[in-house]
Design a protein around this ligand. Structure first.
Ligand SMILES: *[C@@H]1O[C@H](CO)[C@@H](O)[C@H](O)[C@H]1NC(C)=O
Ligand SMILES: *[C@@H]1O[C@H](CO)[C@@H](O)[C@H](O)[C@H]1NC(C)=O
Ligand SMILES: *[C@@H]1O[C@H](CO)[C@@H](O)[C@H](O)[C@H]1NC(C)=O
Ligand SMILES: *[C@@H]1O[C@H](CO)[C@@H](O)[C@H](O)[C@H]1NC(C)=O
Ligand SMILES: *[C@@H]1O[C@H](CO)[C@@H](O)[C@H](O)[C@H]1NC(C)=O
Ligand SMILES: *[C@@H]1O[C@H](CO)[C@@H](O)[C@H](O)[C@H]1NC(C)=O
Ligand SMILES: *[C@@H]1O[C@H](CO)[C@@H](O)[C@H](O)[C@H]1NC(C)=O
Ligand SMILES: *[C@@H]1O[C@H](CO)[C@@H](O)[C@H](O)[C@H]1NC(C)=O
Length: 375
């Protein structure tokens, strides 16, 4: 077990903090805690929504933050509280999606109505295809196929957001799909390690090859700044301000004691915690896709995304994890399994809760299954 897993293990309190100072997990404790302890129940209670046109709203927000004092009561025409999600760039919401080919224009697209089609098996419980196709823009994720599922998911694709992972397998599928879709855009997200453009980024290199081979598709990727923003946004939205529990470690008390009793303290084996700050919670493609939708669409109709409540209902439709991959098991089983993992996992329940919150600030509605956020 490496130091970081040891630290994470210790958080459960199953082992006493014995060798704290020696293995140097003190700092790791503080670094790691904020990423996994939050309980997702936002304390920020959005006040009644004003569904003003999004860009107008953001402009008002900009004016508000420049003139008002926090805590003062907002007038009826001024949007209350911070906007969710916090814009990446308030004056240029779509910045940070650059073309894979450096000399080409960055991603720009504005749609009045978007249909965001989930990859969840819930879509199979409905025949929403025709309705989906009526949206001005249709947004899909990863290698979710259209052919064979038209009556459930429609036929058109305007934008597809895809992850850097499962590359070989997913790309074959994506390449096939995009070649049949007319002039759609593919936006790929991934960490710098694999998206770097200096020749060492595996995913980027592959994308570059695809770009040359597919003239009907525009390829975009997220800038490192936008990746950082996406993670920060998740941390912000899932954190409970003021209610974070920080446990002090034995190392902390030992160090305090040492400063009191020793003239000179030589600490052995304590890392500075940098190695523990790697990402332990993976964002889903759905996260990136929803952020993008709030930036490019005036209205977002989400299809096939449940709020997770069905996972507590034994009579609910037993949706598979992905509508196109029956071998992957049931959605709720996957969600619950991941919820129990401490790291290298998704937090789907938390993401849905946040999407519910965002729906109060943007015109987002959930269809098939239909649900309205409680918070
Ligand atoms: C969302 O947008 C649609 C179409 O512009 C509009 O009819 C509807 O009233 C909006 N919903 C809300 C809650 O503002
Ligand atoms: C939203 O506001 C912008 C700028 O004020 C405007 O160009 C756009 O047409 C508006 N969209 C809708 C759906 O009202
Ligand atoms: C936002 O975008 C505008 C236009 O692209 C740019 O000039 C500005 O520097 C950006 N702001 C931030 C904070 O990145
Ligand atoms: C692509 O365009 C061709 C010709 O315009 C059309 O026949 C076909 O239906 C289109 N395919 C999709 C998926 O929109
Ligand atoms: C890109 O294409 C070239 C030539 O077809 C090939 O040699 C290279 O291995 C490909 N690179 C990747 C990352 O697929
Ligand atoms: C995160 O929260 C901090 C503090 O409230 C804020 O300054 C920052 O803009 C937020 N960033 C994002 C991406 O939400
Ligand atoms: C932290 O990670 C770096 C790079 O992986 C490694 O070189 C270094 O030895 C690690 N430090 C500790 C204290 O584990
Ligand atoms: C959707 O699921 C419900 C509950 O399992 C079931 O009663 C209904 O027949 C399903 N509808 C379709 C179209 O599959």
């Amino acid at each position: 077990m490496d130091v970081c897993s040891f630290v994470q293990f210790n958080h459960k309190g199953r082992t006493p903090f014995l060798i704290g100072l020696l293995v140097g997990f003190t700092i790791c404790n503080f670094v790691y805690f904020p990423t996994y302890f939050p309980t997702y129940l936002g304390e920020r209670k959005p006040r009644p929504p004003s569904y003003a046109n999004m860009s107008k709203r953001r402009t008002q927000q900009l004016e508000l933050s420049a003139t008002s004092v926090p805590g003062t009561v907002a007038g009826p025409t001024i949007p209350p509280g911070p906007v969710h999600p916090t814009p990446f760039n308030i004056t240029d919401p779509l910045s940070g999606y650059v073309n894979v080919l450096k000399d080409k224009d960055p991603f720009k697209r504005h749609c009045s109505v978007c249909a965001l089609v989930s990859t969840s098996g819930h879509v199979l419980n409905y025949t929403a295809g025709e309705e989906i196709d009526q949206a001005e823009c249709v947004i899909r994720m990863n290698h979710a196929p259209v052919s064979g599922f038209e009556k459930h998911v429609g036929t058109r694709t305007t934008v597809r957001v895809a992850t850097h992972t499962n590359f070989e397998e997913a790309w074959r599928e994506i390449t096939h799909i995009i070649s049949t879709e007319n002039r759609s855009s593919l936006i790929v997200w991934g960490p710098d390690r694999t998206m770097r453009t200096d020749g060492k980024g595996e995913t980027y290199n592959y994308l570059l090859n695809l770009t040359k081979a597919s003239t009907d598709v525009e390829f975009y990727m997220l800038t490192p700044e936008r990746m950082t923003y996406s993670h920060k946004l998740f941390d912000n939205e899932t954190a409970l301000p003021g209610r974070r529990e920080i446990w002090l470690s034995t190392g902390w008390f030992t160090m305090v004691l040492a400063t009191e009793m020793c003239d000179r303290i030589k600490v052995y084996g304590m890392s500075n915690g940098d190695n523990c700050s790697r990402r332990e919670i993976w964002l889903s493609t759905g996260w990136f896709t929803m952020v993008l939708a709030t930036e490019m669409c005036d209205r977002i109709k989400v299809y096939g995304m449940s709020n997770g409540d069905n996972c507590r209902d034994p009579n609910a439709y037993p949706a598979v994890y992905h509508y196109y991959d029956k071998g992957r098991g049931k959605e709720c089983d996957e969600y619950n399994r991941m919820e129990k993992l401490k790291k290298q996992t998704h937090r789907f329940f938390a993401e849905k809760k946040v999407f519910g919150r965002w729906s109060k600030y943007n015109n987002i509605t959930f269809h098939f299954p239909t649900w309205t956020p409680k918070e």
